[in-house]
Ligand binder design. Structure first.
Ligand code: C2E
Ligand code: MG
Ligand code: MG
Length: 581
């Protein structure tokens, strides 16, 4: 390449080897092209020089600028806020900082600011440079990301992450705090029936009023679809926490949509205090939510203070849930017991109730009262119920064949969980099991509790009608303990009422208790249902029920729930209570 004397001179000038006007001119051109604003000021803070970006931002010309101070150009406020950095630069330090500064157009810009000393060749300070780099757009993107990451777009409250972050900050500095988690009861139903928009309006209303009630050091967050959290800093006294919980519950109860429409809502509220046992902020949140779930099992609209026994119970439940799933998958440990149901007048065997049993590999027998609720809360009951139904139908089909010819067919009662009732494939499933096992539909009796039927009465009636349409019998279990509405009872397509065993066992205690059983039997008669009494434990119980003209009986007096082989022995021979009743 041919050497260019102009460029060689420029390199020498720019590298400081030689001073030259051409070099200086080139440097000025470079400085003017830079998007970073650059200015040189003297020790009196007067402008000496600025590049084009600086002039554009300040909306001045070089002639306007030179000789004027920062305060004169940008106002006293900016002067005050940058004065410290300028002083340090004049003392020989390079200072870098970020922050918002007013722009002459009336807005605010987020700038990286550098103040650096301007030194003479002998090292003495002649003034300072100011470099401003506009980072507003980047900052806005960061803010948006922060908002998206830490705030709920519907209510504007912080989200779960922000809550955890705050708790972590408190834990890091050893600050005490109390966490209150607030879960709106039955919110999913409200949303399903009244729509997402309306549901959101209620959440927004609750959020705004919670925010209005919050103290300056409280943090509010929306931590899940229908749950909020209130983080109270400091070591609040129990009475104070209770009072806050009351207020929160009141706010939820009076929630309104933007048009003022109200729905009666309640909340399950859990409270956990941060302690040494909480290693991570998530542990406190977990405990508050366990307490919330505990409050919920009490029927909602309540509050509970976390205690460690709740955690143990949850861990236990999770373990049992895992083991139950495992047992169902492998078909190990679960079996069905059959408890005879006796015709009261003759003492003959009328049928059986199928009662599921779980023989846990380590813990032995776990009662259905423990594992059925777990199966229900996890949806496992749908598979479990199907399995029990299949076993019961196979047995009854087999036993029917083994009966003495001419005897009345046995019926088989199978318990049904409300969750199964809500399963859209249920009727289809029952029909398949009947077909597969060759069971006559009239041999099968499904038992439902009052709660299961009454909760969604209209919907249940439709489903029960379909089942009955197949020819299956239906029975209300534990009758008298729930909240059957008499107006619905006569509309229900059912065949039997099963008097709860609490009434049977109390019959001998008072005339009143006897009267309850008599009324249930009369009511059943009036509505055309037959009556089964459960929990008959003594001869006296059996005699009394017979005198009250109860149709069927079941209880330890006759037999306990039996393994299938023992139950089968009753099917083929005469039951032992045949003469003894
Ligand atoms: P349930 O349907 O009311 O069943 C009657 C319960 O009373 C059974 O308890 C039975 O063992 C017990 N029992 C029977 N006779 C007597 C007696 O004379 N005295 C006393 N004290 N108790 C008697 P179990 O087997 O523990 O079942 C409890 C509940 O678990 C059942 O109440 C039923 O609601 C539920 N369950 C059992 N098996 C199943 C099932 O396969 N599916 C569903 N969804 N629930 C089931
Ligand atoms: Mg039952
Ligand atoms: Mg019962």
């Amino acid at each position: 390449m041919k050497p260019d004397p102009h460029l060689d001179a420029l390199v020498a000038a720019l590298s400081g080897a030689e001073s030259s006007a051409a070099g200086l001119d080139t440097l000025l051109q470079i400085v003017d092209c830079m998007p970073t604003m650059v200015a040189l000021l003297d020790t009196e803070r007067r402008h000496i020089f600025a590049n084009q970006a600086y002039l554009d931002f300040m909306q001045v010309t070089m002639a306007d600028l030179t000789g004027r101070t920062v305060a004169e150009v940008m106002g006293a406020e900016l002067f005050r806020s940058t004065r410290g950095a300028a002083d340090r630069a004049l003392a020989g330090e390079t200072v870098q900082a970020e922050g918002w500064i007013p722009d002459p157009g009336g807005g605010q810009r987020y700038m990286l600011r550098v103040h650096a000393p301007h030194r003479r060749p002998d090292g003495t300070i002649a003034g300072y440079f100011v470099l401003l780099h506009d980072m507003t757009e980047r900052r806005q993107v960061q803010d948006d990301l922060f908002r998206l990451a830490y705030y709920d777009p519907v209510t504007g409250l912080g989200n779960r992450l922000l809550l955890v972050k705050h708790m972590a900050d408190y834990q890091a500095v050893g600050e005490a705090f109390t966490l209150v988690t607030v879960d709106v009861d039955r919110f999913v139903e409200v949303r399903t029936s009244l729509g997402q928009g309306f549901a959101n309006e209620l959440l927004i209303d609750i959020a705004h009023r919670l925010a209005r009630d919050a103290g300056p050091y409280d943090l509010l967050a929306r931590i899940s679809d229908h749950a909020f959290a209130l983080l109270m800093a400091g070591d609040a006294a129990s009475a104070e926490v209770e009072q806050r919980v009351d207020t929160v519950a009141g706010i939820v109860r009076s929630a309104r949509s933007s048009s003022g429409a109200a729905v009666f809502l309640t909340a399950s509220i859990g409270v956990a205090r941060c302690s040494d046992a909480h290693e991570r902020p998530e542990d406190v949140l977990r405990d508050a939510e366990i307490a919330t779930a505990h409050a919920r099992t009490g029927g909602g609209g309540r509050y509970a203070l976390f205690d460690p026994a709740m955690h143990t119970r949850v861990v236990e439940q999770v373990r049992l849930e895992h083991d139950l799933r495992d047992a169902l998958e492998r078909g190990e440990g679960l079996w069905v017991a059959y408890q005879p149901i006796v015709e009261m007048v003759t003492g003959g065997l009328a049928g059986f109730e199928a009662l599921v049993r779980w023989n846990h590999p380590e813990r032995g027998n776990i009662p259905p009262g423990v594992f059925i609720p777990i199966a229900e809360s996890t949806g496992l009951v749908v598979t479990l119920g199907h399995w029990v139904l299949r076993d019961a139908c196979r047995r009854v089909a087999d036993w029917q064949d083994k009966r003495t010819p001419g005897s009345a067919p046995l019926f088989m009662s199978v318990n049904l969980s409300p969750i199964q009732l809500g399963d859209p494939g249920f009727v289809h499933q029952v029909r398949n099991v009947l077909r597969e096992t060759g069971v006559e539909p009239s041999w099968l009796k499904l038992e439902l509790t009052e709660g299961a039927v009454m909760e969604k009465a209209e919907q249940s009636i439709k489903l029960l009608q379909q089942l009955r349409g197949l020819g299956i019998k239906l029975s209300i279990d534990d009758f008298g303990t729930g909240y059957s509405s008499l107006s619905y009872l006569h509309k229900l397509p059912i065949d039997s009422l099963k008097v709860d065993r609490s009434f049977v066992s109390a019959m001998h205690q008072s005339e009143e208790n006897r009267a309850i059983v008599r009324i249930i039997i009369d009511l059943a008669r009036l509505l055309g249902f037959d009556v089964i009494a459960e929990g008959i434990e003594t001869t006296a119980d059996a005699n009394l029920l017979r005198a009250l003209a109860c149709d069927y009986g079941q209880g330890y007096h006759f037999a306990r729930p039996l393994p299938p082989e023992e139950a089968e022995r009753l099917v083929v021979g005469d039951p032992p209570w045949w003469d003894g009743v």
